[in-house]
Design a protein around this ligand. Structure first.
Ligand code: MTE
Ligand code: MO
Length: 348
């Protein structure tokens, strides 16, 4: 793993080493804002309150008694690829490995909300983690805050939004949110709250730090840029190999490979260019197509006969016709980094 920050722990998956559809637990990237809390299964409780018919408190035993669901879903940090931004942006300088894919087991959030009964006028569901800290750099928090995000009720009650306690057949590790985390498939990683201990149903939109100040972008409303919480993942592809400045033999065949994904859609096409975007050719999509996970792809590249630098690119298209853009959209601030990143290699 590549250490992006020691305390709190922030670890990047070395994306050039991508060689499996499911990311092994010890290679799944870690994104923590505060020190990971040490929660004990015996004393852990999940409170559900706010605009509900009856506020409830569930123990871990109560929770796992609810019928479970298995789901393969990837998480991508919305700052993944930040190192490629020009001018340089503040924040963790992720390369391509703020993204991973796992099989999760948990209970639908909808089933938990049902226990409490969603009250009249409910519009959003806030998920709050047990981790807590103070943001001491501008823009500062008003003191210690918990990591929290809200989901619109319509997303919160979708059966694929789960509260997970298993990751790739093992109990969640402390780094990934033991004993319980949300998995909000198709949405950027910050929506999938770890160390979940409190759920608040609200009758007004939530404007917490991590969706108004951080993890928000400018969306145009009647021509006026309006800060809006980032939610669904953009369509995107990444090249795992070759890597930046890799030496590639001339007049031979090289397997370019990587992964591509699209939030709530499915990738239908990945194209590769070996001439800085002048011409494109279709890559082969491997395995089956699934919503919420990445699709591995490969392309057999017949390398140039002449030595010299060569610019590679990959771009994905999804089943809703979204095409990965070539240009960076500044309205996205330092998040949702999905534009095509040129990759320079050296043919020798
Ligand atoms: N409680 C809590 N949940 C959290 C975070 C956090 O710092 N605290 N980080 C979020 C972010 S920004 C991402 S990208 C994902 C990363 O999940 P992972 O560490 O399991 O890869 O968790 C999200 N959930
Ligand atoms: Mo993130």
């Amino acid at each position: 793993m590549i250490m992006r920050e020691k305390n709190p722990e922030n670890l990047e998956f070395p994306f050039p080493e991508l060689d499996s559809f499911v990311t092994p637990n010890e290679r799944f990237f870690v994104r923590n804002h505060f020190e990971a809390p040490e929660l004990k299964m015996e004393t852990w409780k999940l409170r559900v309150e706010g605009t509900v018919n009856t506020p409830i408190e569930l123990t871990f035993g109560d929770l796992i008694a609810i019928s479970s669901r298995k789901l393969t879903a990837m998480l991508e940090c919305s700052g993944n690829g930040r190192v490629f931004l020009q001018p340089k942006a503040k924040g963790l300088q992720w390369e391509q490995g703020g993204v991973s894919n796992a099989e999760w087991v948990g209970v639908p959030l909808a089933a938990v909300l049902d226990r409490a009964g969603i009250g009249a006028g409910a519009v959003e569901v806030i998920l709050e983690g047990a981790d807590c800290g103070e943001v001491t750099e501008d823009p500062r928090s008003p003191g210690p805050i918990h990591f929290a995000r809200s989901l619109p009720l319509s997303k919160a009650i979708q059966p694929d939004v789960i509260l997970a306690y298993e990751m790739n057949g093992e109990p969640l590790s402390q780094s990934h949110g033991f004993p319980l985390r949300a998995i909000v498939p198709g949405w950027y990683g910050m929506c999938s709250i770890k160390w979940l201990t409190r759920i608040v149903v609200t009758d007004e939109p939530f404007n917490g730090y991590y969706q108004s100040i951080e993890y928000s972008y400018f969306r145009e409303v009647a021509g006026i840029p309006t800060l809006t919480a980032a939610t669904e993942m953009e369509v995107k592809s990444q090249i795992a190999r070759p890597t930046y400045r890799e030496i590639v033999p001339k007049s031979s065949s090289y397997r370019i490979h990587g992964a591509a994904w699209s939030g709530e859609g499915q990738v239908v096409r990945v194209e590769v260019s070996a001439d800085a975007g002048e011409t494109w050719a279709d890559a082969t999509l491997m395995g089956e197509s699934h919503t919420y996970t990445w699709r591995l792809w490969e392309y057999e590249w017949l390398t140039p006969t002449q030595p010299g630098p060569c610019i590679l690119m990959a771009r994905a298209t999804d089943d809703r016709g979204r095409v990965q853009p070539v240009a960076r959209d500044k309205a996205r601030r330092s998040y949702m980094i999905s534009h095509v990143v040129p990759l320079e290699v050296e043919v020798r």
